[in-house]
Write a protein that binds this ligand. Structure first.
Ligand code: ARG
Length: 464
């Protein structure tokens, strides 16, 4: 047999060469070489296990492990030549091993298949990237706690329908972001549990005839346990879908943070200053300072959500067990990881330097009759049913708009005109500080409560 198939690790049953286009079309090494270090770690563990159960000798195992170590060093130094003809990361490394150590290298693939190999590689890789993402989220949460502490009594307007609703504190707002990230963190941690199971040993789909010790291999690779069904182990990518879902939710949150920052940084709001180094200018309008970083993060949420759809659609209707379709799982997954890590990095740089404009936010809170609910609550405490109080306050606000005055700027006789139960003490509840201070319960915006929330959060983070 003298055709090109001689190079192929699976060439035995073939009588003609692979079509040149098909060779490139079916190859994945262009992108799956990213898995190389994990592929080698998996192979080393597999070789140790094969020796432990006596399928290969200790010397053979040692030679294989040494050869793999050399290959790893080559890859790390950028001295490894990847070949499309060898299709994927697995066969590139295996072929190089045999080239380096001779025919003993050919024993490595005993009792396994690329199907359980690739599933293992992705899980090892994803586990590592989840840990990085979780560290990045924690860092951002710490920054938010710091901002919240500094600004725990900084007044800003709180919005519903993007209309001024009630005054809140900037610290409280930062703690809302913190809570969103807290759930993201928990989602990634939870997803990690299902990622951290080992497919190796499932071989192509049915297991292997060799007396393998999967628990031993799993221990070496620090998996919680082996996957319990060989067909399922090689075929499902639900763990990657789950990761993508967690990533999409994180990006949904990021798109909301970003939307707020873009609004707040506009000349019309001017609630915050985003440092120059996180903005760019316009090539035509010299006055512009554009909040590119939050805008781009908002935009990048699209591709992460798109990748979730890609992975779901990829897996939909696939029969058991492995299908080549699954080679398509990698690019969306890699892109998702790069994107969320990039966004986290950008926010980790930007958020510590974000400057709230306290006076402007306070003025804005003062402008939209944000203490109207406080007046209604005041009347309720004077014995008026809430619905009637609502009516009284509505009329007072209409009068204020007509007079161009905030509720707190009306005189006592003016405001008593709408309800004679109102007395001098009303002005305490109509101030912005009085308003936030009064929401003094678990989860409320009172600065005292915000500080308690920060302390609790700090304690929780210290345990990570
Ligand atoms: N490159 C393949 C993938 O990413 C590896 C597994 C190939 N298995 C096979 N039987 N062709 O899924």
């Amino acid at each position: 047999m003298a055709n090109d198939q001689d190079n192929k690790l699976w060439g035995g049953r073939f009588t003609e060469s692979t079509d040149a286009f098909v060779e490139a079309f079916t190859a994945s090494v262009q992108f799956d070489r990213r898995l190389a270090t994990h592929d080698i770690a998996g192979s080393i563990a597999h070789a140790k296990m094969l020796a432990k159960v006596g399928v290969i000798t200790t010397e053979e195992s040692r030679a294989i492990i040494e050869g793999l170590g050399d290959i790893l060093a080559d890859i790390e130094m950028g001295q490894f030549e990847w070949s499309i003809a060898l299709e994927d990361v697995h066969m590139n490394i295996e072929a190089k091993l045999t080239e380096k150590i001779g025919s003993v290298g050919k024993k490595l693939h005993t009792g396994r298949s690329r199907n359980d190999q690739v599933a293992t590689d992705i899980r090892l890789y994803l586990r590592q990237e989840i840990d990085t993402v979780c560290l990045q989220i924690t860092e951002l949460q710490k920054t938010l706690l710091q901002q919240a502490k500094q600004e725990n009594d900084t007044i800003m307007p709180g919005f519903t329908h993007l209309q001024t609703a009630q005054p809140v504190t900037f610290g409280h707002h930062m703690m809302a972001w913190f809570e969103m990230l807290q759930r993201d963190y928990e989602r990634f941690q939870d997803c990690r549990k299902r990622v951290n199971k080992m497919p190796l040993g499932a071989a192509a789909l049915a297991g292997t005839t060799f007396p393998i010790d999967r628990v031993y291999t799993a221990q070496i690779l620090e998996f919680d346990e082996p996957c319990l069904n060989s067909l399922d182990a090689v075929s499902d990518r639900d763990f990657a879908i789950e990761f993508s879902a967690a990533a999409s939710i994180l990006m949904m949150h990021f798109s909301r943070f970003s939307e707020e920052l873009v609004l707040w940084a506009s000349a019309q709001f001017n609630f915050v200053d985003i440092p120059d180094r996180f903005c760019t200018g316009s090539s035509i309008m010299p006055q512009k300072k554009n909040p590119d970083v939050p805008e781009l993060v908002r935009g990048k949420s699209a591709r992460v959500m798109g990748s979730l759809t890609t992975l779901l659609t990829l897996m939909k209707s696939q029969p058991l067990a492995y299908n080549k379709d699954n080679q398509e799982d990698k690019e969306p997954l890699f892109d998702t990881i790069d994107t969320i890590q990039g966004c986290l990095r950008a926010y980790n740089g930007m958020m510590p330097a974000l400057k709230p404009n306290r006076d402007i936010m306070k003025k804005a809170a003062f402008q939209g009759y944000s203490t109207a609910t406080d007046l209604a609550d005041y009347l309720v405490k004077k014995g008026i049913p809430f619905r009637d109080a609502h009516e009284v306050v509505g009329k007072s606000v209409a009068y204020g708009i007509e007079q161009n005055k905030d509720l707190s700027e009306l005189s006592l006789p003016e405001i008593r005109h709408f309800c004679d139960k109102i007395e001098q003490d009303v002005f305490e509840v109509l101030t912005l500080d009085g308003s936030v201070k009064a929401r003094d319960h678990l989860g409320g915006t009172a600065p005292r409560q915000v500080l308690i929330a920060i302390e609790n959060a700090q304690r929780a983070l210290a345990k990570r």
